[in-house]
Design a protein around this ligand. Structure first.
Ligand SMILES: Cc1cc2nc3c(=O)[nH]c(=O)nc-3n(C[C@H](O)[C@H](O)[C@H](O)COP(=O)(O)OP(=O)(O)OC[C@H]3O[C@@H](n4cnc5c(N)ncnc54)[C@H](O)[C@@H]3O)c2cc1C
Length: 246
């Protein structure tokens, strides 16, 4: 990987800026999203700040929760998203409070959670969940008009790969009515739990069933619109809808 000088003030939060030198390698930038704020406190062994791990979780998910504070009141709002490299995109009505507030550059916390199964231990204390989750800290900014179509395509491709190409072109007034925000993924953490229960040694002999309840991967059944024009087959992207899994 090459060594690059990147204008840090554009991509790092002030807290992360303090922790970093002004020169760093592109490799370090791409693989290390650790900061004092994203360092895991509990079960750090389950954590990762590796960009590839974080990107894989983001790519399997298609909605996130955006946390922000307005007038001292925290809000956590679910919304769809798309990812292109280190950039996360969210979109919605230009009248949306979430998008208007988040677009002001205020502090945001964005989470994506995938639940893979339930962990049935021999005690309530050790019962758990197998999951993969990501927390991203940072700020967002509005995508300028010239970049909106590309950003919307990114979101569409992220949620339903192949759908965008089959749609009619976006109208100018639809673009005007749509706000799109971008957030750079530079400060983030992943946390992953996998595997069987971890019980107290003396509990393994108890006559209590233990193991995991693994959830099946998300699948979808196409249900034609009652107003569908006649004779249209279900397209491939709907017929074979799956979330990417790494
Ligand atoms: C899976 C999923 C995907 C979504 N994808 C998108 C998307 O891509 N773009 C988009 O714009 N919106 C999306 N939404 C809807 C989104 O959650 C918001 O309702 C919407 O963006 C309006 O936000 P707002 O801040 O303007 O809401 P406001 O109407 O200003 O919120 C006012 C209050 O309404 C309540 N509220 C708002 N939204 C919700 C909610 N979803 N559930 C329960 N209470 C709520 C809260 O109490 C909130 O404080 C999605 C929702 C879900 C569940």
């Amino acid at each position: 990987m090459c060594e690059c000088v990147i204008p840090l003030a554009r991509i790092l939060s002030p807290s992360k800026m303090e922790e970093r030198k002004y020169l760093f390698t592109l490799h370090e930038f791409m693989s290390d999203l650790l900061s004092s704020r994203t360092k895991l406190g509990r079960y750090p062994v389950r954590g990762s700040h590796d960009f590839a791990t974080i990107a894989a979780i983001l790519d399997e998910g298609f909605f996130c929760h955006v946390g922000f504070v307005v007038n001292g009141q925290p809000y956590v709002i679910p919304t769809g998203f798309g990812r292109d490299g280190h950039t996360l995109y969210i979109h919605g009505s230009a009248a949306s409070r979430m998008l208007n507030e988040a677009g002001k550059g205020i502090a945001l916390s964005v989470t994506v959670t995938l639940v893979d199964g339930l962990v049935l231990a021999r005690s309530a204390f050790h019962s758990s969940v197998n999951y993969r989750s990501v927390v991203i800290l940072g700020a967002a900014e509005p995508v300028p008009a010239a970049g909106k179509v590309r950003a919307l395509k990114t979101i569409s491709d992220h949620i339903i790969p192949g759908r965008w190409e089959s749609l009619r072109p976006v109208k100018p007034q639809e673009l005007d009515q749509t706000a799109v925000l971008r957030m750079e993924i530079v400060e983030a953490s992943a946390k992953v739990r996998t595997g069987p229960p971890v019980d107290e040694e003396e509990d393994y002999g108890l006559p209590i069933w233990a193991g995991t309840l693994d959830f099946a991967p998300l699948s979808a059944t196409p249900k034609p619109d009652p107003r569908l024009a006649s004779g249209l087959p279900v397209p491939e992207h709907a017929q074979r809808y799956r979330r990417p899994k790494k």
